[in-house]
Design a protein. Structure first.
Length: 650
């Protein structure tokens, strides 16, 4: 990966809960920013006809239909699987196939040398590298400059070795600065380090404008001197930003990085947009907007190619009988008729409605024409486990998911704050402060979106809705229970993020969600403690709404630990009962109690958790759908109102 040299990377790093188009990934050759979809050699090869799109097509017509809305992607034709990015078996510095790679660029672009402490932009480092290499009679190749190396230290070593006959180290790799700046519009830039030593305090008039909380501004018209020669010094005494200073050897100006994170930087020609400095590894640098779907092997939807053919036939005046005769081997007549009548009308389908179809499919397969495990379409194979003892736990469904396929598509991304897919696809972000950026230069008019296909296994669990409703009616009469739920509900309504504000319409809905979500986290942690599965290899898919769904799928995908029958083996009633009992018992004893359990105002980001911390309930971020929010183990184990209070063996 990269324009001039190749670095092999896993596909899951390209599209994940923390990665995607325009994200920063750390590699052995430095920090790289993945470029827009159209800049990938893979995409160019498709556009030039070198690669057939169908070869990389991700088949999920149900998900395709969901995104083909007027406010979504009305011209969308295919999901294209992210290419393998495999290295050549005999030369790891080149790809196995130049047409099936993703492209990236170095970011941030400011580098310093740990040996001589010089500090400059990558372009200037390259110019100097070429000059020094040519000075010593060599040929400067870009591939030899990846990772970037210090030309000054190379020149010094060459001269010293020639003069003294000694042997000094030639190459010192440059190191990227850790800081970048991001804007709510989705842009990410280098901090203007060339102007850093000219940062000045605001005048009284500038402070009175009230546009910024910080009291420093950049002098965009001037550098510190005509020939700046920067050094990047790191103090051995101070570990904070005050211990890092940038100094110009030419004029002697110097300034530490103290106060960097308090700045809000207004860039010329960007009216009303303020950039915020952050660490390049910070979570706030990048939030992908992902849409995922469990493949359901039902009667097939009409393929995009056939949809185009039907539209063309209708424009040519052909009737239903003619079209059905042409496609009768693939579709029923009624399905074609519904399509012609406008069944695919471009209406937005919320995530809860979309997941309800998956929930119903797993809980009521016979009613929904599940083809069974002997079907030729084996992308979803499951067995419902007969329950006896687990009914006393309020569970009505335990299903071993022996095989499933999940398609994950990246539609866009944001910086500084996340937004959910419903906000994005419904168009609610038009009035929001945080603006999404598309993965493609064509925006929502693109024909292709990048996707990944994951195959794995899992355990599906559903609660008894009647038992939950009875428990809620009784528990809301308990003052402690109602106060805890009200605190979370109030905190969600005053949260800055619109997606959090609108997530729950009632305290009852919130309580249902917190119960199932916390239950999911306790199982994930117990699978790690009891069975040895790393929590990073597990994922949750929550099925919760106000009236119809109360379940969770915990799954793992191929290539991760526990993806070869390990999870399915825990889905027998005996094994799952043992797992659940151990999880509930462990939840009663947190290393941070009594502080964790007795919190009153909420804890975690935005106060969106109650009794939940990393010692008891929180899991790795890639395993959680909700950024480790809306958790409270007291709803499960409290001696007064806990849903499982009678099942805990103490």
């Amino acid at each position: 990966m990269g324009k001039f040299k190749y670095t092999e990377t896993q596909t899951r790093k390209i599209i994940s809960s923390y990665g995607g188009v325009e994200s920063i990934i750390e590699t052995p050759k430095g920090a790289l920013k993945i470029e827009l979809f159209e800049k990938w050699p893979f995409f160019r090869a498709i556009k030039e006809g070198k690669i057939e799109p169908l070869e990389f097509k991700v088949n999920d017509n149900r998900l395709l239909k969901r995104l083909q809305t007027q406010k979504g992607f009305p011209k969308l034709e295919e999901f294209l699987r992210v290419p393998p990015n495999q290295a050549h078996p005999h030369n790891k510095s080149i790809p196995a196939d130049f047409d099936t790679v993703v492209s990236s660029e170095y970011f941030p672009k400011w580098f310093y040398c740990n040996n001589c402490e010089r500090f400059n932009h990558l372009n200037k480092w390259w110019v100097e590298w070429k000059r020094i290499i040519q000075k010593h009679g060599g040929k400067a190749e870009m591939s030899d400059f990846i990772p970037p190396r210090c030309p000054y230290c190379y020149d010094k070593a060459k001269n010293t070795n020639k003069e003294t006959g000694t042997r000094q180290r030639f190459f010192y790799d440059l190191e990227q600065v850790r800081f970048i700046m991001t804007a709510p519009t989705g842009e990410a830039r280098d901090i203007p380090w060339e102007h850093w030593n000219k940062v000045v305090k605001k005048t009284k008039e500038q402070k009175d404008e009230g546009q910024n909380e910080d009291n420093l501004v950049f002098d965009w018209d001037n550098l510190c001197c005509d020939t700046p020669d920067f050094r990047y010094y790191k103090s051995k005494k101070f570990s904070d930003l005050a211990g890092i200073r940038i100094e110009c050897r030419s004029c002697g100006s110097r300034k530490t990085l103290s106060g960097l994170f308090g700045l809000r930087i207004k860039v010329p020609n960007k009216v009303g947009i303020y950039f915020k400095p952050v660490l390049r590894t910070s979570n706030s640098c990048y939030y992908p907007i992902l849409v995922s779907s469990i493949y359901l092997p039902t009667k097939r939807d009409i393929d995009i190619e056939d949809q185009k053919a039907i539209i063309e036939w209708k424009e040519e005046g052909e009737d239903l009988d003619f079209i059905y005769k042409a496609l009768r081997k693939k579709y029923e007549k009624g399905k074609i008729e519904k399509f012609i009548q406008g069944e695919i009308d471009g209406k937005f389908e919320p995530e809860t409605e979309y997941r309800l179809k998956e929930y119903n499919f797993i809980t009521e397969p016979n009613r929904l024409n599940y083809p069974g495990k002997n079907s030729e379409d084996n992308n979803l194979v499951f067995d419902r486990i007969a329950l006896e003892n687990l009914n006393s736990y309020g569970l009505v469904n335990l299903t071993a998911i022996k095989r499933l396929k999940i398609a994950t598509v990246q539609t866009a991304y944001t910086r500084q704050e996340p937004i959910d897919s419903d906000q994005f696809l419904s168009g609610e972000t038009l009035e929001a402060n945080i603006q999404p950026k598309y993965t493609s230069e064509d925006g929502n008019q693109t024909k292709y979106l990048p996707a990944i296909e994951s195959f794995g296994e899992g355990i599906f669990v559903a609660f008894d809705d009647r038992r939950i409703n009875e428990w809620l009616v009784k528990s809301f009469k308990n003052k402690s229970f109602s106060n805890r739920v009200k605190t979370l509900f109030d905190n969600s309504k005053i949260n800055e993020m619109l997606s959090v504000q609108k997530k729950f319409q009632s305290e009852r809905h919130l309580a249902r969600f917190v119960l199932v979500h916390t239950f999911s986290h306790l199982l994930i942690k117990e699978l790690e403690f009891l069975c040895g599965y790393p929590a990073t290899s597990l994922n949750e898919r929550l099925f919760v709404d106000e009236h119809n769904m109360l379940g969770v799928l915990i799954y793992t995908v191929a290539g991760t630990e526990g993806s070869y029958g390990g999870l399915v083996s825990q889905s027998t009633e005996q094994n799952f009962t043992r797992l659940l009992n151990s999880a509930l018992y462990r939840a009663t004893d947190c290393a941070s109690d009594p502080i964790c359990y007795n919190t009153e105002d909420g804890q975690g980001v935005g106060g969106l958790n109650m009794a939940a911390c990393y010692s008891c309930t929180l899991v790795p971020e890639n395993a959680c759908e909700e950024f480790n929010s809306f958790l409270d183990r007291s709803l499960l184990i409290d001696s007064e109102y806990g849903f499982f209070k009678s099942n805990i063996n103490t």
